[in-house]
Ligand binder design. Structure first.
Ligand code: HEM
Length: 530
């Protein structure tokens, strides 16, 4: 869901593909860009007075030719030269990059009001119904109403408790499925297994259905369409940064996303129409089952007096946008965190052993892990914090945008400036963490540092008014999946895959070589067969 960051940009991958067919031109431009053009033109930022330090960049293209698809890595390197607040031109768009906890606190807390809108890409504009939904709504009344609904109706402690049995069903269902596969020594893609279970969990919150049911053709089809959508919106689009090429759609991404969107839209329409028909039927039969049970019910029955902002009822675009965003925000973010967690644990036998010891002491071997075990597993909790530190799913948080011009650390920041906060870089900065590259859960034992948005060195869910509204669910599910998968099975993973920590930038930062593992039951058969 770095909806996000990667997609906003493009970088040399994209730039080069745009220029494909003219390698010589690309090479010449690249060399010239460093030495000649900035001297001749003084860089695009000349128009931006009192900007934070940063690379000069080309006219029009800004720094795009020097950046790669792995923007968080490039920004990490640039911060070593230009410091914790630097400016960079992303095509014609001005941007700042924040790379220290102190600077993050200034931008995301002290000046929060100025930095509370979002940057949006063309693909996201399509799938979020023209930014009608929560993640990409500008800061204002619609965003406030939607956020309030999610917090009170779905993610409040009360609602959380209410959905516990649903979460247990999904997790235990996955364990039983893996048990069946273990009988034939089948290798499993861990992220994909977690993804399907999570997507069904989210779809139950949203509309009380297992939409991604693997056993049905419609469920499999939805999963395919959804994966394709994630792929396309995670692909950097040159047109986002150089509006002049927009009509040409040089990478064909707009055409692709439209095609996928049409299928998703038809699907959301079907769900909504079915629900409306059920409501009418219930009224006719005077069963009057008006109890609010899922997000769709809450959105359909919403009423307010806010005529001025057109919010007396939610429009179809808002409702469909919410369905769409819940699936985008709530699934792959969490499943890829589980994959990174399993990878780090399985490749370090010392940590794996400690976790199993703790799990066996607290849970025993006669039952599956349940949610109420989690508070009694301090080493697991420390391990999960370490996973969120080194592998934040959204490494630049979802890029913000300034609502107004303002000043930070004595520098001028223009209106509508893209704002990246490089939490991935902070996790690797020795000024912020001791031995930052070591995966070491012990650093959190006895420490009060947490992921809830109060500690600016650890912000996997962002912070403040635009922080991740789904964090309690994601946080719980990452603990639950890791505990359940480790406790119920031994895992045999090909070392080449396990130890290859390369990243793939898409909607989130995923493990490039998907983690595969063959599960072998650790518990008595009766536990799985129950
Ligand atoms: C490990 C999993 C997840 C990670 C790493 C993650 C991360 C993030 C981040 C970094 C942001 C932006 C925060 C900011 O700008 O300060 C965000 C926003 C958001 N997330 Fe998550 N998220 C996860 C799971 C979820 C889940 C499960 C849901 C919902 C079911 C969700 C819903 C949202 C929404 C609606 C927003 C936008 C909030 C707003 O703009 O007001 N996320 N998330």
């Amino acid at each position: 869901m770095d909806l996000l960051h990667s997609s906003i940009l493009s970088l040399s991958d994209c730039f080069n593909s745009f220029l494909s067919g003219s390698m010589l031109l690309a090479a010449t431009m690249s060399i010239a860009s460093y030495f000649v053009i900035p001297i001749l033109f003084g860089g695009q930022r000349k128009n931006w007075k009192n900007a934070p330090p940063g690379p000069a960049g080309w006219p029009i293209l800004g720094s795009l030719p020097h950046l790669s698809h792995h923007l968080h890595e490039d920004f990490f390197q640039l911060a070593k030269i230009y410091g914790p607040l630097f400016s960079v031109n992303m095509g014609i768009k001005p941007a700042i990059v924040v790379s220290s906890p102190e600077m993050a606190a200034q931008v995301l807390k002290e000046k929060e009001g100025m930095f509370s809108s979002r940057t949006i890409t063309e693909a996201i504009r399509v799938v979020s119904y023209d930014a009608h939904s929560i993640i990409f709504s500008p800061y204002g009344p619609r965003w406030k109403a939607l956020r309030r609904i999610l917090i009170t109706e779905l993610l409040s402690p009360k609602a959380f408790e209410q959905f516990e049995s649903l979460r247990t069903t999904q997790v235990h269902g996955l364990l039983k499925h893996l048990y069946l596969l273990s009988k034939s020594n089948t290798q499993v893609n861990i992220a994909e297994s977690a993804f399907t279970a999570l997507a069904n969990l989210v779809s139950n919150f949203v509309c009380s259905k297992n939409i991604f049911d693997n056993s049905k053709p419609e469920g499999r089809k939805m999963k395919e369409v959804f994966w394709e959508m994630i792929k396309v919106i995670g692909t950097p689009n040159f047109s986002d940064l150089l509006p002049i090429v927009k009509p040409l759609d040089p990478q064909g991404l707009k055409r692709k996303i439209r095609k996928i969107f049409d299928q998703m839209d038809a699907f959301y329409e079907k769900i909504i129409e079915e629900r409306l028909a059920e409501k009418v039927k219930a009224q006719l039969e005077t069963t009057h089952n008006n109890e609010k049970t899922d997000l769709l019910d809450v959105l359909l029955s919403y009423k307010s007096n806010d005529k001025e902002n057109g919010l007396e009822r939610f429009s179809r675009a808002i409702i469909k946008g919410m369905l769409s965003e819940m699936f985008i925000a709530g699934t792959e973010t969490t499943s890829s965190t589980v994959e990174w967690g399993m990878t780090e644990i399985l490749r370090q036998p010392r940590i794996h052993k400690k976790l199993l010891l703790e799990l066996d002491q607290v849970v025993g071997k006669n039952r599956f892990v349940v949610e109420s075990d989690i508070p009694k597993l301090p080493y697991l909790q420390a391990t999960v914090k370490e996973v969120f530190r080194l592998h934040p799913g959204v490494p630049l948080i979802i890029p913000r945008r300034t609502n107004e011009a303002c000043e930070v650390a004595g520098y001028h920041i223009p209106k509508h400036c893209i704002v990246y906060v490089n939490i991935w870089g902070m996790a690797r900065d020795p000024k912020v963490w001791e031995n930052p590259l070591d995966f070491k859960p012990e650093r959190f034992i006895g420490s009060s540092v947490d992921v809830k948005g109060q500690d600016f060195n650890l912000l996997p869910f962002g912070t403040g008014r635009r922080s991740c509204v789904g964090w309690p669910l994601a946080h719980r599910m990452v603990h639950y999946y890791l505990a359940a998968l480790l406790h119920a099975f031994e895992w045999d993973s090909p070392p080449g895959i396990l130890n290859d920590m390369s990243e793939r930038v898409g909607l989130t930062i995923q493990k490039d070589k998907s983690l595969l593992g063959t599960p072998k039951p650790r518990l008595q058969d009766s536990v799985y067969e129950h």
